[in-house]
Design a protein around this ligand. Structure first.
Ligand code: PRT
Ligand code: ZN
Length: 286
């Protein structure tokens, strides 16, 4: 009863990344394949492994306290849950597409037409907001072949690379939702013990995300370059400065956002830094 329970996808696109995330934040399991309920070896947490479509409702109903699932699934389910965190994997978009050979160039031209989708709620809402009336044909898989079978005039489906649309002679018209995996939480009241565990869990995920988006950089530089180099480093924390065998030289260590690395590296070189090394960071707590 007191163990925090998290619903994750049993077997699919999100499973490995979700398990990886849990392992990265130090939560260990003794195998999870072909099991329904798995208790962590070192954190008061158990996994419930189910189909992703069931996750939002399980969380809404309080059968699970937390869940990891795509925003597309949560929004389609209309479950009442709270999104705690975007998890930055499972990125995709829900898009309207029509046969490339058809004259249709925008969703607005689909009034009165048949749209096949596994996302009837999101699709219907989108067209209703546009003031259009379409016939939504609910299909559970292989939506992309429905125009060829004359089951539909257009589709609304998930896209990541766009390869599937292309292979099936479809042209993407509009994106109706951008999605990624999210950590969701039940809106049911939880005991203090579970609230504390969720807080701990979130702090670890934030540390993990910060580490993933940061790099540890080390460089050598002439002592007199320290001020100009410090000014270039895009970090709120002051860098670590270490002496070197050569008394005129120092080593500078710091952490920077990965997005800034190339831009900063060129400026550092110009300011006299040499031997610049960048290292990944396993974890980080600010
Ligand atoms: O069995 P279960 O119900 O648990 O799994 P599922 O088959 O319903 O889902 P699964 O494992 O395929 O996807 C789980 C989640 O991954 C989705 O709900 C999305 O949040 C996310 N995701 C990310 C994707 C994609 N990318 C994706 N490309 N889900 C599906 N696709 C499919 C898409 O439907 C289409 O058929 O991949 C095809 C398009 O891919 P591209 O690369 O050709 O554009
Ligand atoms: Zn599913």
């Amino acid at each position: 009863m007191n163990t925090l329970r998290i619903a994750i996808q049993k077997s699919g696109r999100l499973t490995d990344k979700t398990i990886q995330l849990l392992e990265n934040i130090g939560i260990r399991f003794d195998g999870y394949k072909n099991r329904l309920l798995v208790k962590s070896l070192n954190f008061d947490l158990e996994l419930l492994l189910i189909r992703d479509d069931d996750i939002p409702e399980y969380v809404q109903d309080g059968i699970c306290d937390l869940g990891v699932v795509g925003a597309n699934v949560t929004l389609e389910s209309e479950a009442e849950v709270t999104v705690l965190k975007d998890l930055d994997f499972g990125h995709c978009r829900l898009s309207i597409a029509a046969p490339a050979g058809s004259p249709v160039r925008s969703a607005k031209e689909l009034n009165g037409k048949r749209i096949a989708t596994s996302y009837p709620v999101l699709t219907k809402n989108y067209f209703t907001k546009l003031g259009l009336d379409v016939k939504v044909v609910k299909i559970s898989g292989a939506v992309e072949i429905t125009p060829r079978l004359d089951v539909a005039d257009a589709i609304c489906d998930l896209v990541s690379t766009g390869g599937t649309l292309k292979t099936n002679g479809l042209r993407e018209l509009e994106t109706i939702l951008r999605s990624q995996s999210q950590l969701i939480r039940t809106n049911k009241p939880l005991p203090d013990h579970k609230l504390k565990l969720i807080e701990k869990f979130l702090v670890r995920i934030e540390g993990q995300q910060l580490a993933e988006n940061s790099r540890y950089i080390m460089m050598n530089a002439p002592k007199e370059s320290l001020d100009s180099i410090s000014a270039i480093i895009p970090s709120l924390n002051s860098p670590t400065v270490l002496p070197l065998a050569d008394p005129d030289m120092i080593a500078i260590h710091t952490v920077i956002p990965i997005s800034k690395f190339w831009e900063v590296m060129e400026e550092l070189k110009a300011a006299g830094a040499t031997g610049i090394v960048m290292l990944p960071i396993q974890n980080m707590i600010n």
